[in-house]
Design a protein around this ligand. Structure first.
Ligand code: HEM
Length: 345
């Protein structure tokens, strides 16, 4: 017979609650707030673990031979990304608890922590790498490499070798039907009743929407959606960009609602990560002023540069500059409208 589950055993509380060992206790120094400092970092690490658990499942779904947009697959991806965003939102707010510690309270034990630092949080770095941040795109590569031990460096190397969310989303967008499938566009009539090609029509509608100071946007439009050389070293190909823009423009159609939510959640995750970085940076400034970090970085300046450079989904955000007003959108042919609806008659 199955043994009764008991709360404390199930949660392994004996391990978790015995894992707070302040350095100040070992040294016989009175530093009341070190307990808070340890617990808050541990709470973060538990949330990072949950985020990684969600990201792994997203990775499994995206790596199926074919992800079925009509089946639970895409819904699961969206649902789990939403959970990640909710956790990150809590993570941002959780910094308020840390801020109840004053700089003087921190000084009671700060020097005992050297050279450790939150910078060495391997789970945080795994989250960044699983989303798509690559070593070559990190601020202060040398510092980055110098701070991790050999085992952790290897973990990040292996994580980076696997495909990341951004690469998987690129592939998923490239597979999206309709966008380049000419048969789906039978019967398309441009807004001027002349053009028979959606992208030609959209190009003119976009051009007409630009103000005097925005004329240069046309050059960017061509690059992002049509120039292979331009996208060669970017995360999204021209084809994926076209699919993503199409989703954003026609997201009111039932079939495009989940894909739209997915793209939107990636932007939300990027924004929440950057909000966390921003609040953490400000907290650091308030806590240690301009002193260097326990991990040896320049402290606030390092964090500011990481904040500016570590956006992962900026290419999706850029696509919003190519939207036009809903009322001016090219009208989709009846056949395609039907395919994007609930009813497939
Ligand atoms: C008194 C509170 C804190 C201070 C003064 C502080 C300070 C710093 C500093 C100065 C750095 C830059 C690296 C270095 O030189 O050490 C850093 C990085 C970092 N810290 Fe904190 N930190 C605090 C709390 C936290 C908490 C609660 C977390 C939660 C996990 C955290 C996670 C991180 C992470 C992930 C990085 C790397 C950030 C990046 O590369 O963008 N820190 N911290």
């Amino acid at each position: 017979m199955r043994k009764d589950v008991y709360y404390g055993e199930y949660l392994q509380l004996d391990k978790i609650l015995e894992a707070q060992l302040p350095e100040s206790d070992k040294e016989g120094i009175d530093a009341h707030d070190e307990m808070l400092f340890i617990i808050i970092h541990q709470a973060y690490e538990l949330w990072f673990k949950q985020i990684i658990h969600e990201l792994k499942s997203v990775h499994v779904i995206f790596n199926k031979n074919e992800i079925n947009d009509n089946a639970p697959d895409l819904y699961k991806v969206v649902h789990r990304l939403k959970r990640i965003a909710t956790i990150l939102d809590v993570a941002v707010h959780q910094l308020s608890i840390m801020e109840t510690m004053t700089p003087l309270d921190f000084l009671d034990f700060r020097n005992l922590l050297r050279p450790a630092s939150g910078f060495q949080s391997i789970q945080f770095k795994i989250v960044e790498a699983m989303l798509g941040l690559k070593l070559e795109n990190r601020f202060g590569k040398e510092y980055y490499v110098s701070q991790l031990n050999a085992k952790d460096k290897e973990i990040i190397r292996v994580t980076e070798e696997q495909s990341s969310v951004i690469e998987e989303v690129n592939k998923w967008l490239e597979r999206m039907p309709f966008v380049d499938d000419t048969s789906a566009w039978d019967g398309f009539k441009g807004t001027d009743d002349k053009s028979t090609n959606f992208w030609e029509d959209y190009r003119s509608a976009y051009k007409a929407s630009l103000t005097q100071g925005e004329k240069d946007n046309m050059e960017r439009f061509e690059k992002v959606f049509f120039e292979k050389e331009f996208t060669a070293d970017r995360r999204f190909s021209n084809k994926a960009n076209r699919a993503a823009l199409f989703i954003m423009l026609y997201r009111d159609y039932p079939l495009l609602q989940l894909p739209y939510q997915l793209l939107n959640l990636l932007l939300e995750i990027d924004e929440l990560m950057s909000m966390w970085r921003y609040r953490h940076m400000n907290m650091v400034h308030r806590m240690i002023g301009m002193r260097v970090g326990t991990g040896g970085s320049s402290g606030k300046d390092y964090l500011k540069s990481a904040l500016d450079k570590h956006y992962i989904f900026a290419e999706i955000a850029e696509l919003n500059s190519f939207l036009i007003e809903r009322r001016n959108l090219p009208k989709l042919p009846a056949n395609l409208e039907k395919r994007l609806g609930f009813v497939h008659g």
